[in-house]
Design a protein around this ligand. Structure first.
Ligand code: HEM
Length: 405
């Protein structure tokens, strides 16, 4: 296989046949253009995510670290555990439920702008806006939502690419840090319930986050929370609207948006790959990979592995082989016949915002249908998810028509 295919339009628009060829014939593939080893089988992706001592997340020092500064995502050591224990609890369970009203309010405000319109550009008018509105409100930021979204876009662009893009990313991060600086004062005021104050007050094992660490972590949240959930929402709507039977079932039982979310995360995950460095020489598929090599795990390909999911190309919100309820950090599900999708990663660095992303996607979608009416694709020539950059896969825009009767 020629590595150039991975940089082609053909791959970006329809990666599935290329992923199949990689899984079957080149389970370990060296891409000499990107100078990176690709893994595409489910078991291999699972292994890399969970064997942290062999596969280091320090790759993030070259991406997010360059824009927002050092954060837990690039650490493999105990420092990661401490920092995660400080910042993560706000995003799950009971504490996340305290933000349910805020998520509904953010959704309601956006829907009010297009409620009554027969046609809606779902990405421009909703999915690209909600996650930044939610995360900025959780952080206690007050101000111009358009500006906040521009910062997220510039920060993401700055993660890779030209010096010019990096410069813009750094400028956006500086503006973001300046904006949240006042939030770092008076954090001991017990009336403060925003995430910044909560993580500033939290202490684990005698450690507190420094102001610099708080700013960097909030920058990471801004990036991680802002530009992924939007794609999950758009991809989910694409999947539901292009499967008439699924659409009918979801209309009858809105709780099924939860199943649609899980199956979307498997079939068309917004993040299709993650990179690691090998911490020591490691053997994979009979090849000795030197220490310090870059390894790319492709979750998009792993989710279509027929040894794990039957008829993997099908979008099926009732599939018996996928965990359809809330994701588990350890993968799989309580039912041993069901595997988990890897769209939020696995193990130590498993996504902190997994539950928030699910709640935003499901609640937002339920509220749209409730308030706008029965949805359908406004234009059947619209195209589905395509690969954007190295690691995103998403529908660019989705025009949806609503019928009130
Ligand atoms: C559908 C939406 C989302 C997707 C697909 C997604 C995907 C991922 C993935 C794949 C990872 C693992 C990275 C790795 O191991 O290299 C991750 C980690 C992370 N995500 Fe998400 N994410 C989403 C939403 C969010 C949200 C809403 C937030 C925050 C509010 C968030 C915050 C984070 C953080 C902080 C980490 C690093 C965790 C650690 O290093 O321990 N993500 N995410």
């Amino acid at each position: 296989m020629d590595a150039s295919i991975l940089y082609s339009k053909e791959y970006r628009e329809k990666p599935e046949p290329i992923w199949e060829q990689m899984r079957n014939d080149h389970p370990l593939f060296y891409d000499e253009i990107g100078e990176i080893w690709w893994l595409t089988r489910y078991d291999d992706v699972e292994r890399v995510f969970t064997e942290h001592e062999l596969f280091s997340s320090s790759t993030y020092e070259l991406t997010t670290g360059q824009v927002v500064g050092p954060t837990l995502i690039s650490r493999d050591d105990y420092g990661h555990v401490v920092r995660r224990s400080i910042v993560a609890p706000d995003f799950v369970g009971k504490r996340l439920r305290t933000y349910q009203g805020l998520i509904e309010e953010c959704s309601r405000e956006l829907i009010a702008n297009f409620e009554g319109n027969q046609e809606v550009a779902l990405v421009r008018e909703f999915s690209s806006l909600l996650p930044v509105d939610v995360i900025s409100s959780m952080l206690g930021m007050v101000g111009d939502g358009h500006l906040f979204r521009q910062w997220v876009t510039d920060m993401i662009m700055g993660l890779s690419g030209s010096a010019e893009r990096r410069k813009k990313g750094l400028e956006a991060n500086a503006a973001f840090c300046k904006h949240i600086a006042p939030l770092l004062d008076d954090v001991d005021d017990s009336g403060r319930i925003d995430h910044v104050a909560k993580i500033a007050r939290a202490e684990v094992d005698g450690h507190r986050l420094t102001e610099q660490e708080i700013s960097a972590f909030c920058g990471l949240l801004f990036i991680a929370g802002g530009e992924t959930t939007d794609k999950a929402i758009a991809n989910m709507w694409w999947n539901v609207l292009t499967h008439q039977e699924t659409l009918e079932r979801v209309k009858k039982d809105p709780a099924l948006w939860g199943n649609a979310f899980s199956e979307t995360m498997r079939r068309t995950p917004p993040v299709i790959s993650e990179d690691r460095f090998t911490s020591q020489q490691v053997e994979i598929h009979g090849v000795e990979i030197p220490q310090g090599s870059r390894v790319r795990v492709c979750m998009g390909a792993a989710h279509l592995d027929p040894t794990v999911f039957q008829q993997p190309d099908e979008f099926d919100i009732f599939r018996k082989d996928l965990n359809l309820s809330k994701e588990l950090r350890s993968g799989g599900s309580k039912d041993p016949r069901r595997s988990g999708h890897l769209g939020f990663g696995l193990g130590k660095h498993f996504c902190i915002g997994y539950e928030l992303a699910r709640v935003e996607s499901v609640t937002g979608s339920q509220m749209i249908v409730e308030r706008c009416g029965s949805p359908e694709l406004a234009d059947f020539t619209q195209t589905g998810p395509v690969i954007q950059g190295n690691s995103f896969m998403a529908v660019r825009e989705l025009r949806v028509r609503f019928n009130r009767n």
